[in-house]
Design a protein around this ligand. Structure first.
Ligand SMILES: NC(=O)c1ccc[n+]([C@@H]2O[C@H](COP(=O)([O-])OP(=O)(O)OC[C@H]3O[C@@H](n4cnc5c(N)ncnc54)[C@H](O)[C@@H]3O)[C@@H](O)[C@H]2O)c1
Length: 308
């Protein structure tokens, strides 16, 4: 049994990862400010601390255990919100990361694994991109995540801690927040279909994304922790499969047991037109592979949403 500190434990990805760590018999200290997460979503067995990761006061309350790793998952994750309040985005993302890195050094935690994003890339050519592609974020959200990656890299270089940034592409699956209509393409379209039988799509139908199923993402975090490499690593967590918005919406509509209509309106600022990723570097480093194709994952998510 090992001790883990996990932020964002009341959210979609953090909750799923915490549940998996608990199932494996570990002790999980979880932190969340419940800004987009829910207290009820914190898995039973997590020792929960409500607080903001950007605040030093939160870290003074955390038990100084012998942690095997920190999983830093918390953060606001909407490009749209980052334009509404760039300062808030900076605090919740980059400032929080800095606090967690300081804490890792203070408590001698050997590694920190971070939930970064494909938003660090900005617009890219229409082919799966590798980690060495230029980073030119189009949103303040992407800027904050990219800054966090650089903090991770410098902490690894200067203080000897192992740090890993996982650039998550579009994550979806059971447990995603169907009440948050500003983050998560699959969850936004599905939630609207369920609530109104009408899907409003912000931006063009030809935009495209790379959708990764939640269980594959949880597996990626565990694989990152198990990697024996030291220093800093930065990896895409993607499938390489290109899915247009039109295809995604059609697949959701087809899988639902009722008809729904669609409407296209203008896009949100900072939205990438299209992006897919190549994860061969992470496969080579950790053995991780995508296990769940989109049609299988969508079926599971829709079954969960219909029964919720
Ligand atoms: N879902 C995706 O497709 C995706 C893609 C790329 C990256 N990410 C990153 O993964 C992480 C988790 O995303 P998610 O989809 O689970 O979102 P989520 O909103 O469900 O979970 C985020 C959690 O963090 C908490 N939180 C936010 N700011 C906080 C702060 N300052 N202090 C403490 N808690 C805070 C929220 O209350 C929430 O419970 C985010 O950092 C996000 O940027 C997600």
């Amino acid at each position: 049994m090992a001790n883990y500190l996990l932020t964002g434990v009341a959210g979609f990805i953090g909750g799923a990862l915490a549940a998996r760590l608990l199932r494996e018999g570990h002790r999980v200290i979880g932190v969340d400010n419940l800004s987009t997460g829910f207290r009820e979503a914190v898995p039973e067995g997590v020792e929960f601390f409500e607080g903001g990761c950007e605040s030093a006061a939160t870290w003074e309350r955390i038990p100084p255990l012998n942690y095997a790793a920190i999983y830093h998952i918390a953060g606001q994750s909407s490009g749209e919100v980052s334009f509404e309040d760039p300062l808030y985005d900076l605090q919740t993302n980059a400032q929080s990361t800095l606090h967690l890195l300081q804490l890792a050094c203070r408590l001698n935690v050997p590694q920190l694994i971070y939930a970064s994003t494909m938003s660090v890339y900005g617009d890219q050519p229409d082919r799966p991109i590798l980690e060495g592609a230029p980073t030119e974020p189009k949103s303040f959200y992407g800027v904050g995540k990219l800054a966090s990656e650089h903090y991770l890299r410098i902490y690894a270089e200067q203080f000897g801690i192992k740090t890993v940034a996982l650039r998550l592409f579009n994550v979806y699956g059971p447990g995603q927040n169907l009440a948050n209509l500003k983050q998560g393409m699959v969850s936004i379209y599905l939630a609207q279909a369920l609530q109104n039988r009408h899907i409003v799509i912000k931006g063009a139908a030809e935009r495209f994304r790379d959708f990764v199923y939640i269980e594959d993402v949880v597996q990626a975090f565990l694989a990152a922790e198990e990697m024996t490499q030291s220093g800093y690593g930065c990896f895409n967590i993607a499938t390489g499969v290109r899915t247009t918005v039109a295809d995604l919406v059609a697949a959701i509509q087809k899988a639902l047991p009722f008809e729904s209509t669609t409407e296209f309106v203008s896009g949100t600022p900072g939205d990438q037109f299209g992006i897919t990723g190549e994860s061969s570097a992470f496969t080579q480093a950790s053995g991780w592979r995508v296990a769940t194709p989109l049609d299988v994952g969508l079926k599971r998510m829709i079954a969960w949403a219909l029964s919720a």
